[in-house]
Design a protein around this ligand. Structure first.
Ligand SMILES: NC(=O)c1ccc[n+]([C@@H]2O[C@H](COP(=O)([O-])OP(=O)(O)OC[C@H]3O[C@@H](n4cnc5c(N)ncnc54)[C@H](OP(=O)(O)O)[C@@H]3O)[C@@H](O)[C@H]2O)c1
Length: 307
């Protein structure tokens, strides 16, 4: 019998690709049935319901309990969040209503119907002062409202839930760094990006498959899941310009303190997540971010020609 899955935040960049992964519409990498192919394998597509913000507001407890009770899913991927990091800084109540309380509602509903819950969390739960990549067992210490609200969401989960912490998310759908750089590069003059924040760009086409796998396997615990390789926002912007056929020397490095105006929310200088739990379990890691970037740029180019 086909398993039923609910995805919250299904209008977002990750949510859309997670729905596609469950529906079997996209090839998915990461954790595998068949480690030689890197794909979800011969599992039948799931009966997936993706609920976007308009269809399900996770801050509304009655709505969440009602929707989950009606659907009775076997698993829930909770990808909904208020992700506007700087806006969160100015409206902590809204950030906590969505990211913390909203997660409480989804966790309660999952518990009531016995659904396995996968919660998507963030590198911003760490303060970024560590000299090495963060492991799952390191102490979180968020420096922004967004980070604190996402960590509060983690703490609403039962012991059997999965937490997937990821970083610098980009996908074909929605706004992200790649789209921003392509837009800026279409104009004239230099592009300025900070060189003192480091992380691992992570692409939803790769991440979605691992998230789907955790949901189907009901695998508990916290996992750091990012594309491999490390860069700064400056290095990332240069790669986007270069791999889309432009001149990477148009991108110039600045320091975070030189941003004018300064961003309201502080960011961790070191956002690098060691995918230790996956690695130590012997599971394959996601491909290098540069490889994933080239695939996304090819997809965006095809969509541009079609549209
Ligand atoms: N983006 C990143 O760099 C990044 C990094 C690390 C972790 N994450 C985490 O990864 C997950 C997916 O992020 P993403 O990049 O796909 O972000 P996204 O594109 O902003 O998607 C989040 C979705 O959640 C929806 N949403 C907001 N408030 C909601 C509410 N009250 N009820 C239901 N849905 C609501 C948004 O809808 P509207 O836009 O219509 O409000 C949006 O479609 C999030 O949990 C995020 O915290 C993201």
């Amino acid at each position: 019998m086909s398993r039923r899955v609910l995805v919250t935040g299904a209008g977002g960049q990750l949510g859309r690709d997670v729905v596609d992964a469950f529906a079997g519409r996209v090839p998915v990498g990461g954790l595998t049935d068949d480690r030689s192919t890197g794909h979800l394998g011969a599992r039948p597509a799931c009966d997936v319901v993706g609920a976007d913000h308009g269809q399900l507001d996770v801050a509304d407890r009655d709505a969440v309990l009602g929707a989950v009770h009606a659907l009775r899913p076997d698993a829930i991927v909770h990808a909904a969040a208020w992700t506007a990091v700087d806006a969160c800084e100015g409206d902590p109540d809204r950030a906590f209503a969505v990211n913390a309380l909203g997660t409480r509602h989804v966790a309660e509903a999952a518990r009531l119907v016995g659904a396995h819950l996968v919660y998507v969390s963030t590198d911003y739960v760490f303060d970024g002062t560590s000299p090495r990549p963060y492991r799952e067992w390191d102490e979180p210490r968020p420096v922004s409202v967004y980070g604190r609200s996402k960590l509060a969401g983690e703490r609403e989960l039962g012991p059997d839930a999965t937490v997937v912490r990821t970083s610098w998310v980009c996908g074909a759908h929605g706004a992200n760094m790649v789209k921003t750089v392509l837009r800026l590069a279409a104009g004239q003059g230099p592009l300025h990006f900070v060189d003192d924040q480091r992380g691992s760009p992570t692409f939803t086409a790769d991440l979605a498959g691992v998230v789907a796998r955790f949901a189907l396997d009901r695998r508990p615990g916290t996992f750091h899941v990012t594309n491999q390789g490390v860069t700064s926002w400056f290095g990332f912007a240069r790669a986007v310009v270069e791999d889309s056929g432009g001149d990477p020397d148009r991108v110039e490095a600045i320091r975070t303190v030189d941003l004018d105006p300064p961003r309201p929310a502080p960011r961790p200088a070191n956002s690098v997540l060691d995918n230790a739990a996956l690695r130590l379990s012997g599971h394959p890691l996601l491909p290098d971010w540069r490889d994933a970037l080239r695939r996304l740029l090819a997809e965006v180019a095809v969509a541009g020609r079609a549209g």
